[in-house]
Write a protein that binds this ligand. Structure first.
Ligand code: ADP
Ligand code: G6P
Length: 482
């Protein structure tokens, strides 16, 4: 049997919904799932994670159907009960770690029972991994929902290579030190042979927390944990460039149009020099959606000459709807969209087209290829793959990317219009600059970014991580035999 990589994440790339016994499968949304999916499809791998439904809310026949559907996709579903999801996923993962790691300290809600559930669910993942593990396999754990898992695996199987990649920021020591269970979390992560982050800053913050909280000896790229050396490095995640680029080319050659494309074309024909601004995210308070809308309002007030000439297509996919902050945000966004449309609309024009749902890949491509500007304004974002997807889809290299400095991806995109998402005026000026930017300038900016994403695509990212994991594991073996 060939050696495989076991990919482990809270969520599988397939998201199941059950309606009256009928099992429907949708692709999972979010950078982790969309990015890792293409790696998984093209490699010898098995993906272990949650399929999107509570295990105690379905019957055995449905569970069996889900298992079969998962096996087809080389996936193993981890059954999580309603209570486990409440406490481990909505609770500790998304009401402590997510807000804190994105610097929303005031949203962190510490609850001992959620922490206990987090530990138990990490153990459950460890058991399922061990059941599926063969000699020579490697394990690649992903993201903040599973921070304790690396050490849990190491305790049972010190011989196995374990890599860990964090898809969200790692906050500064001053933030991280506020977590009541900070030592256990760091020790859990340090069970990995290699820890990867999107940027050097996140890596540095992690090493500084280890050195100051655990007092372990650290170097630029490594940490001494007893007799083990744990490697730490940055690997900025990328996208399947060819998939987006080729889909954009195909889309432009296609004759049939979707109703969305027809409406976009009608708008452009009706107002010949009109421009479309696009934003795509999960509805999350880290994404700066409210700030973006307020900046648009400021812009339309300040520059009335753009009335009827610009439209924001804002796509927000529902996310973590059981967490109160997401519910409040949804309300705030509904109100802001209503206010802006109410204030500026004319009989033939509304400034904001708001879609609160997930769109199929083809329609995402339509939006990427039809939009003159991408307006991405996160308050804090581990990476932001949408920025890369937009640039990859611009086959003629036109289009302007307005991008928050607070996104990990900004480190790789000096040629975008970088903004501070808390500065309305700066964002409004960036909108004006983007809408008036000559085509030659757009092309010269995007050329550089596109070249980089094409060369450093998601395959190269995974290859680099795996090579570094092999090197770290080699070091481990040398230490063991010494
Ligand atoms: P995050 O991982 O925080 O959600 P990213 O920007 O890194 O942020 O990744 C988001 C991913 O989800 C992208 O691949 C994007 O194409 C996809 N996505 C976001 N919103 C939608 C939507 N409404 N419909 C379909 N896909 C979406
Ligand atoms: C981000 C996180 C992922 C998560 C995704 C979607 O990308 O880094 O771990 O899967 O958001 O969020 P959800 O809670 O729906 O899985």
């Amino acid at each position: 049997m060939k050696n495989k990589t076991i990919i482990v994440s809270n969520r599988l790339p397939l998201n199941v919904s059950v309606e009256q016994g009928d099992v429907k499968v949708f692709p999972s949304v979010g950078g982790l799932a969309t990015g890792m999916k293409s790696i998984h499809q093209n490699s010898e791998s098995l993906w272990i994670g949650w399929a999107g439904v509570a295990s105690d809310e379905i019957d055995e026949i449905t569970a069996e159907k889900i298992k079969k559907l998962s096996i087809k996709e080389k996936c193993v579903p981890v059954p999580l009960t309603h209570q486990e999801l409440e406490e481990y996923y909505f609770g500790f993962s998304n009401r402590v770690l997510w807000p804190l790691f994105h610097y929303f300290m005031e949203y962190a809600d510490y609850d001992e029972t959620h922490w206990e559930a987090y530990k138990k669910v990490n153990e459950k993942f460890a058991e399922i991994i061990l059941e599926n593990l063969n000699e020579g396999d490697k394990i690649w754990v992903h993201d903040y929902q599973l921070l304790l898992l690396p050490q849990m695996i190491k305790d049972k199987r010190p011989d196995i290579s374990v890599g860990f990649f964090q898809h969200i920021p790692f906050p500064s020591y001053e933030i991280f030190r506020t977590v009541p269970w900070r030592e256990e979390i760091l020790k859990g992560m340090l069970g990995a042979d290699l820890l990867g982050f999107h940027t050097y800053d996140y890596e540095r913050h992690f090493i500084s927390s280890v050195s100051r909280i655990l007092r372990y000896e650290t170097n630029i790229n490594s940490i001494h944990v007893g007799s083990r050396t744990v490697k730490v490095d940055s690997f900025p995640m990328s996208i399947d460039y060819e998939k987006f680029h080729n889909a954009a080319i195909e889309h432009q050659l296609k004759n049939e149009k979707t109703s969305l494309q027809i409406r976009i074309d009608q708008y452009k024909e009706l107002v010949p020099d009109s421009k479309l601004i696009l934003s795509i995210d999960r509805l999350d308070y880290t994404k700066g959606i409210a700030q973006r809308l307020k900046a648009l309002e400021y812009f339309l007030d300040k520059y009335p000459q753009f009335t009827e000439k610009v439209r924001l297509i804002m796509l927000a996919v529902p996310s973590r709807e059981e967490v109160p902050q997401y519910q409040h945000l949804k309300k705030e966004i509904d109100e802001l969209v209503g206010r802006i449309n109410g204030k500026f609309s004319t009989p033939t024009w509304t400034p904001v087209w708001y879609f609160y749902r997930s769109l199929p890949f083809e329609e995402l491509i339509e939006l990427y290829t039809s939009s003159d500007v991408a307006f991405l304004t996160p308050i804090r974002d581990g990476m932001n793959l949408v920025a890369k997807e937009y640039i990859a889809s611009r086959t003629d290299q036109t289009g302007v990317l307005i991008l928050s400095e607070m996104a990990g991806v900004a480190h790789e995109m000096n040629d975008a219009l970088l903004i501070n998402p808390n500065d309305d005026k700066q964002m409004s000026e960036a909108l004006k600059q983007a809408l008036e930017m000559p085509l030659e300038e757009q092309i010269s900016r995007n050329k550089i970014i596109q070249k980089r994403i094409k060369r450093y695509n998601v395959d190269k990212w995974a290859e680099d991580f795996m090579e570094a994991l092999d090197a770290a594991s080699q070091l481990k073996e040398e230490n063991l035999t010494r």
